[in-house]
Design a protein around this ligand. Structure first.
Ligand code: ZN
Length: 103
């Protein structure tokens, strides 16, 4: 059965953060895991690398752990539902924006 819910288990979120060494997958800022909430402050956000909102186009399980990454608040709010072909592209785009201000 295809796991198509927005819900990502605590266990899975923990695994994703741990895999990344408790840092943001884009900028490397330290993030932490809060068992009660993962959506506030410096607590890491779990992001769908291939966006959840476009899951109907994704060939596979959108909540597969390989499609998840932990991001800090800043990177997550910049990425939104953009699709990047590589981590490098994501970094250049998201961190480039940060360096160049409003460009
Ligand atoms: Zn970040």
């Amino acid at each position: 059965m295809k796991d198509d819910t927005r819900f990502i288990s605590k266990r899975k979120r923990y695994k994703v953060m741990k895999r990344q060494g408790w840092t943001c997958n884009i900028c490397g800022a330290p993030i932490r895991f809060d068992k009660n909430s993962s959506y506030h402050g410096e607590v890491g956000h779990i992001d769908h690398i291939y966006p959840y909102s476009k899951r109907h186009l994704y060939d596979g399980d959108i909540n597969w752990i390989g499609n998840l990454e932990g991001l800090c608040f800043s990177c997550n709010s910049k990425k939104r539902d953009k699709i990047y072909e590589s981590k490098k592209q994501a970094r250049n785009n998201i961190l480039g924006d940060k360096k160049n201000g409003n460009k």
